[in-house]
Each structure stands twice: as structure tokens, then as C-alpha cells.
Ligand binder design. Structure first.
Ligand code: ARG
Length: 720
């Protein structure tokens, strides 16, 4: 790593950067892109961006929960993140009578804050390069041995850099497709409390219709607080805990900005694969994406039917529905954009150029003779895999049932009295409780029937579990008829012990393998999953192993082929910085999208009583009175709701701070635009936009809609 970046350093000044593409490592900003950032409008020093010794912006940026970003905005551990990041916690804090998800929640003092038991946040303490300690030990190994050794070494370093007594967790992240290794050291805080959330009609305004789209009018924010023990150290939830005094927090600007202004985003982009091959693009557009989309479509419809009229079911399924829907729309859009912009053909051209260069270089010249074979070997089973994970296991009942495979195996192998079986049974009991808490039987039964039929129709008959559909046919009728599957699913739901407390208790008291094997839910889920795991998963493992190894070589080659190219590693849910500008765009011929949306547009989209476009009465009142206070945008003479920037981000960045040239918070990133949904695999320098909620809208909601001036008073507002 060090070596490579040392040589990169020399050439930076000579190469022109790609417009706004790049998720840069914070520790290398100063060396790699700082000059360009300044040219674009940055007014801070490299040390203010990232420093190991002094507090810097990086200290205000946190991993929020399991897959989002948040930022500290006050001296008392106040956190801003997206509404969709706090969604599960808000839903969990809600009940039909205290429906904070629907009505919003505003803590008017600290004692009203609600503990969010499942949440934690992580602060990045440091980043260290361990490439020199890992890479040499992997040299010359076969793909298989390399992957094993790498996993071993990583777990060794993770342990070495961690300190459980301080909640310090280290995670080595392989970068540039396993060519470099950095260890990221975090400290985790687990006492997190809900401070504020707008009503869902604001926080998720536009719903899935507007998701991944610009122009947007969503107030996608929520507010939490991190607490620590009196000594400032991480501490489990306790009334004794006090708000964390952070090393750094972001000032909040209500000055406003205009088209073209500088914007940078810190955060935790989850994954990209910008050096995916043409074969990978084809696999996605032909098989993986359409399969996932088709299966999720059916699951979502079944869930929505039950959610739309019953507030209890809505609360119960809301979070799971939102996450399934989010990537249902994403993968549909990704396919469309990959095809529209001919990414397959572009990748082919890049690969041809690489092959030209690789001629006569033994390490690289055979990559593209090997690679198609690797894909050919896996392709016949790819759809089957998606149908297992997104179809068969898309039924929550089947998903729970499949967790019992280990129990079955252990009972058969060791007898029902073995200690391991006791452990399995206890785990099964806990898993069952969690499953039942989220279970909606009507939608699940429909999902079970529909996905079982889709598997029958769409998966190669040679790959079906032996005997299952024959038995189904003789018991329930014609396999072409949806009714056959519905009758079967009804029987599964009435007869399975997994949904029946008395039968389940009887089984736990006196477990035996045959009872489990004969359970209709287990027979189905276990049968399909074991069929896949025993016969086909090995092909997948081989595919991943070889694909990764060729990917590593390909990227190594690319870095040698064009040593002047300024490179950033693919996203790996590690901290990155992206810089760009607030910027309007033209999505298609004859159409121009403005850089910001306003309250005027919120009212234009308003549909009273609608599931996605309703609004709180109070909000409408305030807008009619033009009660925008200090949050109004004087240039536009309205409240700015959302805006777009050219920044390069992806899922995981949700909740990320959008920061101006002087280091002040101006918004929260929460989405990407539809026209650039190919962004995980190919960044589009003309069309890519990050969609952000304006922090002035966030503050207006907190202040005027929620009446929580206590929160505003805690912030460091920048007015001029
Ligand atoms: N697309 C957003 C993201 O991935 C999530 C938006 C959530 N809103 C929704 N309507 N599902 O960050």
C-alpha cells in the first residue's frame, strides 16, 4: 500500500481527475486529491479533514447501526442520520397507541428520549496499513490456499488490534480486490437513544414511488443521542449514563448555498464493484437482477396487501418491507441503466485493451482465457441460488424452518440427548420467538405458495429437489395451477408445529428427528435448501474463489498498466470522503432538473390520505402561513427541502453529512438518482447525483413542526 501510494503521490499533479468520481480514503486525502478539492472550493487544511493526533472532521462521523452513517452535531453527543436509518428503531419504539412512526416523535428534554436497545454506533479511532504484514505471506499460494491464509491472517490482526474491555473492535478491510490491506479500529457505544423523528409522511414522503428519484421532497432525517458512562467510556444502557462529550462535532450552516457550490461527503459506502467484468455485467442483467426483482415483487405485493389497512401489521412489517422494496427498485433500475448505457460493451472494450497490454506478461496474459470458463461453469446454477435466497427463503416461515437444518443434522448424528442438540434446541427456541414477533401469517402463506410455484416454473427441472413436486402434484393437483400451491400452503400453515405452541412444546420436550423431518414447513424449506447446498453451492464457492482471484490479478494488472491513474478502492463499508459540487443536471433530451426542491413542490405532490403522499395538517398550516423563520432560502424565497450534488456515494452512505467548503453541515445524503443506478458497477460522470435533505428543512421540522427548540439550541448554528 505504502509503496503504491508513494508512487501515486508523484504523479497526482500531472493527471487530471475524473469528474467527481471517487470514494477516497480519508488518510490519503492530503496526498491524493487535496489540491483538486481546494480548486473546487475547499477552504480547510488537510489536518482539519483527517488527523490522527488532533480532532478533525473524521471524529464527528460514525457508523450508525449496522449499515448507515451518522454525524455528531453537538457537544452532547447529538446524532443526525436519515429517517430510513432510524426506521427500525422508530418502529420498535412505536405501538398502535403511541405511533411515533406515523405521528413523529420529539423529545423536549433528555428524560423523554427513548432507549433504542438494538442500536449501536462506532467511532473510527485509527486506520493502519498492514499490507506489508499480510501480502508477502500470500505470495505464490493457490487461489484456495490464499483465501484460507488471508482469512486466517485477517482474523489474527483483527484480534491483535481489538480490545474488548474498551469496546474497541478492529476490522481489516482488503482493498483494491485483495491487493492491499488496511486495519480500521473502531470504538462501539451501545447506549443510543431516540431524540426525534418526523412523521413518516415527512420522513418517507413519496415512498417507493419517489425512492431513487429526483426531484425529491423527502425529510429523510432522524435524531439520536449517544450516551457514555461517567468516565466517557462506552457503557451498556443505564440511567446513570451521560451524553457523550465527542472529540469533534459539526457546526450547522443555515446560510444556504447555490448551484455549483462545493460539497463533500464523509461516510461509509457499503460496496461497489467498479472493476466488474463484462461477464459479471451480463450475469447481473440476464439472470441475477431480474430473478431478484421478480421474486421481491411478489413478496412485496403480499405484504403490502396486509399492511395498507392495518396499523398493527404496518408497524410489524414496515422495516422489513422498506428494505426489501429499496433494493427491489434498485436492481430493477440498475439493469435498465446498465443496458441503456451499454456498460457490457464498454467493459468489453476495456478488457480488450487490457489483453493487448497483457500479451507476453505471464502473470496477466491468461486472465481473460480463464475468466469466461469460470462464468460458464457457474451460470447454469445462478438462477437457482437467487430463487433459494430470495424466493424459498423469502417466506419468513421457510426462513425460520431452514435454520433447523443444523438441529436435524445433530439429532441424526449424535442422538437426541447430545449436549449439542440441547444447544440447538435453545437456539431454535430463541429464533422462533424472534420469528413469531415479526410473523404475519396471511402474507407469509401467500409468499410461500407463490415462490414455490415460481421455483417450479423457472428453475431447471433437473435441479429440483427429488420427489417434492411429484408429491405435491399427487396430493394437491396440477402443477400449472396457482390453486395447487395455495392449497398446499394452507395445509403447511395449519399443520406445521413451528406455528403451533402446543406442538412445538411437545417437540422440545421430546425432540426427535422424524417429527422434524415430517413437519411440512421443515420438509419444504429443509428439502430445498439442502438440495441447493449439497449439490450446487460448491459450484458457487468455486466461482467466488476463482472470480476473486482473477479479479485481484486484473486489478493488479490495471495498476501496472496505467501507473499514473489516480485510484481509489472500491467501497468496503470503510470511511471514505467524496467531493464535488451542488449541481443541476439534464436527465434526458429537453429536460433540465434544478439543483433544489422547495415547499412549493411538497404541496404539489400532496395527496390527502394517500399512503405515500399524505402530509401532516400542521405542516400544511405552517407552509400556508409561510412560517419558515430563519430557515428560509432568501434567494429562492421558499424553504429548500432537498438538493443534489455530484458526489460519488452508495448504500451505507445513508445519513452522511454533506459539508460545505468551510466544514459546516449543509445537508444529509440519503439517496442516489435513478438515471445513475448503474453506479455500483460503473460511475456515470454526467448523470450521477447524490440526493440530500437540506439541513435547513431538518431544522425547520424540528423547530416548527416538532416544537423541539431544545434541540436547535444545542447546535452550533452558522448564520453568516
Ligand atoms: N434509496 C435509499 C437508500 O438506499 C433509501 C430510501 C428509503 N426510502 C424508501 N422509500 N424506501 O439509501
Amino acid at each position: 500500500m505504502k509503496k503504491i501510494f508513494a508512487s501515486l503521490l508523484l504523479v497526482i499533479t500531472f493527471c487530471k481527475s475524473y469528474a467527481d468520481e471517487g470514494m477516497w480514503l480519508p488518510l490519503l486525502l492530503g496526498k491524493q486529491v487535496y489540491a483538486d478539492m481546494v480548486k473546487r472550493g475547499l477552504k480547510l487544511t488537510p489536518e482539519q479533514l483527517y488527523s490522527v493526533n488532533k480532532s478533525s472532521i473524521k471524529d464527528a462521523i460514525i457508523i450508525f447501526g449496522g449499515g448507515c452513517t451518522g454525524e455528531i452535531v453537538s457537544n452532547e453527543g447529538l446524532i443526525f442520520t436519515n429517517h430510513h436509518c432510524g426506521y427500525a428503531a422508530i418502529a420498535a419504539a412505536s405501538s398502535v397507541n403511541n405511533n411515533y412512526l406515523r405521528d413523529g416523535f420529539w423529545a423536549l428534554n433528555k428524560s423523554q428520549e427513548i432507549p433504542a436497545k438494538e442500536l449501536s454506533v462506532q467511532f473510527l479511532l485509527k486506520i493502519e496499513d498492514v499490507t506489508d504484514k499480510i501480502a508477502p505471506q500470500l505470495e505464490g499460494l493457490s487461489a484456495n490456499d490464499r483465501s484460507k491464509k488471508q482469512a486466517e491472517l485477517i482474523s489474527q490482526f483483527n484480534q491483535q488490534y481489538s480490545d474488548p474491555s474498551q469496546n474497541i473492535e478492529a476490522r481489516v478491510s482488503p482493498l483494491f480486490k485483495n491487493n492491499q490491506f488496511l486495519v480500521f479500529v473502531y470504538q462501539r457505544y451501545t447506549d443510543i437513544r431516540l431524540v426525534a423523528a418526523p412523521p413518516e409522511s415527512v420522513g418517507k414522503f413519496g415512498g417507493d414511488t419517489d425512492n431513487w428519484e429526483w426531484p425529491r421532497h423527502t425529510g429523510d432525517f432522524s435524531v439520536f443521542r449517544v450516551y457514555a458512562g461517567k468516565d466517557g467510556k462506552p457503557s451498556a444502557h443505564s440511567a446513570e449514563n451521560i451524553p457523550l462529550k465527542p472529540k469533534y462535532f459539526l457546526p450547522v450552516s443555515i446560510k444556504g448555498f447555490k448551484d455549483g457550490d462545493y460539497a463533500m461527503i464523509y461516510g461509509y459506502p457499503g460496496s461497489t464493484n467498479r472493476y466488474e467484468t463484462s461477464y459479471g455485467i451480463r450475469l447481473a442483467t440476464d439472470i441475477n437482477n431480474p430473478s431478484l426483482v421478480g421474486l421481491r415483487d411478489v413478496r412485496l405485493k403480499a405484504m403490502f396487501e396486509q399492511m395498507k389497512n392495518d396499523p398493527a401489521v404496518k408497524l410489524q412489517l414496515a422495516s422489513s418491507y422498506a428494505s426489501i422494496a429499496n433494493y427491489w427498485k434498485f436492481y430493477d433500475g440498475e439493469t435498465k441503466q446498465l443496458l441503456k448505457y451499454q456498460i457490457y460493451e464498454k467493459k468489453q472494450a476495456e478488457e480488450a485493451a487490457f489483453q493487448q497490454w497483457a500479451k507476453g506478461k505471464p502473470e496477466f496474459e491468461n486472465i481473460f482465457t480463464e475468466w469466461p470458463k469460470v462464468y460458464d461453469a457457474w451460470r447454469p446454477y445462478a438462477k437457482h441460488r437467487v430463487y433459494i435466497y430470495e424466493g424459498v427463503l423469502g417466506s419468513p416461515l421457510a426462513k425460520f424452518a431452514a435454520t433447523l437444518i443444523k438441529l436435524e443434522n445433530d439429532m441424526v448424528k449424535n442422538g437426541v440427548d447430545a449436549a449439542i442438540v440441547k444447544q440447538d434446541l435453545e437456539a431454535a427456541g430463541n429464533a422462533r420467538k424472534a420469528f413469531l414477533a415479526d410473523e404475519n401469517k396471511i402474507s407469509d402463506q401467500r409468499i410461500l405458495a407463490a415462490t414455490c410455484q415460481m421455483f417450479y416454473n423457472d428453475i431447471d427441472k433437473n435441479q429440483h429437489p427429488i420427489g417434492f413436486y411429484e408429491t405435491l402434484k399427487s396430493a394437491y393437483g396440477d402443477l400449472k395451477e396457482p390453486d395447487t400451491y395455495k392449497k398446499w400452503a394452507t395445509a403447511v400453515f395449519s399443520n406445521t408445529m413451528l406455528l403451533n405452541d402446543a406442538k412445538w412444546q411437545a417437540f422440545i420436550q421430546k425432540p426427535d428427528a422424524v417429527t422434524l423431518q415430517n413437519d411440512p414447513a421443515y420438509a419444504y424449506a429443509g428439502g430445498f435448501v439442502k438440495n441447493y447446498l449439497n449439490k450446487y453451492d460448491n459450484f458457487f464457492q468455486q466461482f467466488v474463489l476463482k472470480n476473486n482471484d482473477l479479479g485481484r490479478l486484473y486489478l493488479k494488472g490495471i495498476m501496472q498498466m496505467d501507473p499514473k491513474k489516480k485510484m481509489y478502492p472500491d467501497a468496503t463499508f470503510t470511511m471514505r470522503v467524496s467531493y464535488g459540487n451542488v449541481k443541476s443536471y439534464s436527465p434526458k433530451d429537453g429536460v433540465k432538473y434544478d439543483y433544489a426542491t422547495t415547499m412549493k413542490g411538497v404541496l404539489e405532490k400532496y395527496i390527502p390520505g394517500d399512503y405515500q403522499f399524505d402530509l401532516p395538517a400542521k405542516l400544511i398550516d405552517l407552509v400556508k402561513k409561510k412560517d419558515f423563520g430563519q430557515y428560509i432560502d432568501k434567494r429562492i424565497n421558499d424553504l429548500v427541502v432537498c438538493f443534489i450534488t455530484t458526489n460519488d456515494i452508495t448504500g451505507g452512505n445513508s445519513g452522511s453529512p454533506v459539508i460545505d467548503g468551510t466544514g459546516n453541515l449543509i445537508g444529509l445524503a440519503f439517496d442516489g438518482n435513478y438515471e445513475a443506478l448503474s453506479h455500483k458497477l460503473a460511475f456515470d460522470k454526467d448523470l450521477n447525483r447524490t440526493i440530500c435533505v437540506d439541513v435547513r428543512y431538518v431544522l425547520w421540522c424540528i423547530d416548527k413542526l416538532g416544537g423541539a427548540s431544545n434541540i436547535i439550541n444545542e447546535l452550533k448554528l452558522v448564520k453568516q
